[in-house]
Design a protein around this ligand. Sequence first.
Ligand code: XIL
Length: 388
Amino acid sequence: MVTAENEMKPDATEPNQNQFNFTAGDQIYNWAVGKGMKVRGHTLAWHSQQPTWMQNMTGTTLRNAMINHINGVMAHYKGKLYAWDVVNEAFNEDGSRRQSNLQGTGNDWIEVAFKTARAADPNVKLCHNDYNIENATYAKTVAVLNMIKDFKSRGVPIDCVGLQTHFTGGSSLPSNFQTTLQNFANAGVDVALTEVDVTNASTTQYAGLTQACVNVARCVGITVWGVRHSDSWPSNESPLLFDGSGNKKAAYTSVLNVLNSAPTNPTPTPAGTPTPTPAVTSTPNSATTLSINSGGSASGSFTADQYFSGGTAYTNTVDESPIISNVPPAAIFQSERYGAFTYTIPNRTAGSSQTVTLHFDETYVTAAGQRVFNVTINGTTALSSFDI
Ligand code: XIL
């Protein structure tokens, strides 16, 4: 997985207001995808690296510009990225909100950013990304955790938290790091280490942070903030896994050893007593298969028709058992829902992948072109002018 270090930031993607530029971002995206890698988007709303035109904006003008920026960038990358750092670095060390032009637009700017992002691309994970949130008892860590719990309790969309994990510039691996990761996971979000670097590439710290992630089931990834020391933003601290010539360092081996000794299907040991929020406990496994017999009653593994709005149920008398032998059972084709209708399937995890299988049968019209329809999934057209 790859993160663009600068190329998807606001100053890069919207250099002039409402004139978007994805040349550099796409170069990285295409390179990564061509090598089978996923891409993390970084970042949409941040006090730093704003284009000049945005820097002195305030109030409603800025709020609207932020929303327009999120919509513009996310539309371009819709369906292509693994995650977006929707908001970056929004908190002070003492846990209060960072004073910035964005914060000046109102305390709700973060949730507005997340809601905008969810609507712009419902299939990408939406993260809050921040630094110095690696120590479980640190005020800033607690503040970000509380924001996530608040969002979850109020239904504000958020799927993940990125801990930048810059153990440079005087910071180092705290002993409670795994607890921090587990605390975030228990609040109902995925956890990722998004910008790792470690002063002088300490092998114990690199191994320790990797082990902590391996031990927490919802820790989904570790990203190192650069490849060679020479590319690092604090290059004077030689904080990466490869030296200036691209040779592997001892830290590389220390990370690899932890990854190689990790169980393939890790059974995590929670570092603390999990305290899931109600939103988590009431969310059944979104991988559960649900089969619905449209317009009919329960049959085999199919439930009676439910979760629909609109359309009309209809039952036919065509016995299709001679031509449909196994799954799904022929009986489900003896009922249907026709007209314009929607199924709203509950208890799916926002941002997770879902497979939708539609079973069609034509028992009424008799020629092509007589029943032509569209299928839209989460607002995206899946079948257009479809004629079975
Ligand atoms: C840094 C880049 O590495 C530098 O090249 C750039 O000049 C400044 O930004 N937190 C973040 C990253 O979220 O985007 C920052 O990246 C490092 C700190």
